[in-house]
Design a protein around this ligand. Structure first.
Ligand code: IPE
Ligand code: IPE
Ligand code: MG
Length: 236
């Protein structure tokens, strides 16, 4: 078991490898996405047990819109189903749901469902689950820059007022602490436009397994790996 005194406050996960998981089994890619939903359930539960305060899951990137239309559709359908099925569970487990990303690009029905659950779980305190949907780190940073530029143009802000704290307050993640631990499954060693600003000092753990095979034990091991790291933040 991990040391309960050094639990990362915020874990962010790039849930990768669903398609390859399915391909290995001769199944269509959407079956991989479907199987990945079980990993989401187990990882969420384990985070609550460990006392993790924030869990951010990269579920759909800005670039994922460029996939074939049939796959995008299958992913949106799965998301709808996930949200509809999870609504009660999130309530029961006292999980607060948040979402980051260009949510206006999501289908209206998905967005309505999301808004409803976010409102309904707003006061829950067991854990915050942040879904990154239609999310791109660069897009988020550009939007923050635009909002600061608009204030500067309106005269309510001077360029000299802009510092890292003010900038971060304009990101969608405002109020959420930066991730301490970033996990990516499927062995790929890249960030793929995820939380570019927020991961500046995150510890990165790459796991070879595909996301649908990532379970409780794998999360616990990643946390133990995190606990063996010595975080220096540029100092000694
Ligand atoms: C991750 O699995 C889920 C999404 C990006 C939506 P992939 O669909 O990227 O699966 P691989 O990486 O192609 O195996
Ligand atoms: C990152 O995985 C996005 C999500 C997990 C949602 P991708 O599969 O889209 O990233 P690349 O294409 O391997 O960089
Ligand atoms: Mg992938």
């Amino acid at each position: 078991m991990p040391d309960f005194r050094e639990i990362p406050r915020h874990i962010a996960v790039i849930m990768d490898g669903n398609g390859r998981w399915a391909k290995e089994r001769g199944l269509p890619r959407r079956e991989g996405h479907r199987a990945g939903a079980e990993s989401v359930r187990e990882v969420t539960e384990t985070c609550i047990e460990l006392g993790v305060e924030y869990l951010t899951l990269f579920a759909f990137s800005s670039e994922n819109w460029n996939r074939p239309q049939a796959e995008v559709k299958a992913l949106m359908n799965l998301l709808d189903r996930f949200l509809a099925e999870k609504a009660k569970e999130l309530d029961k487990q006292k999980i607060r749901l948040l979402a980051i990303g260009q949510l206006e690009r999501l289908p209206a029905k998905t967005r309505a469902l999301l808004d409803k659950i976010i409102a309904r779980t707003a006061d829950h305190t067991a854990m915050t689950l942040v879904l990154a949907l239609s999310y791109g780190g660069r897009e988020e940073i550009v939007a923050a820059a635009r909002s600061l530029a608009a204030d500067a143009a309106a005269g309510t802000l001077t360029p000299a007022d802009i510092d890292a704290t003010l900038f971060a307050s304009r990101l969608q993640s405002a109020g959420i602490p930066d991730p301490d631990l970033l996990i990516r499954t499927s062995g790929e060693m890249r960030v793929s436009n995820f939380l570019l600003w927020q991961i500046s000092y995150a510890e990165i753990v790459i796991v070879k397994k595909f996301w649908p095979d990532f379970r409780r034990k794998d999360l616990t091991e990643a946390v133990q790996e995190y606990q063996r790291r010595h975080r220096r933040f540029g100092a000694l």
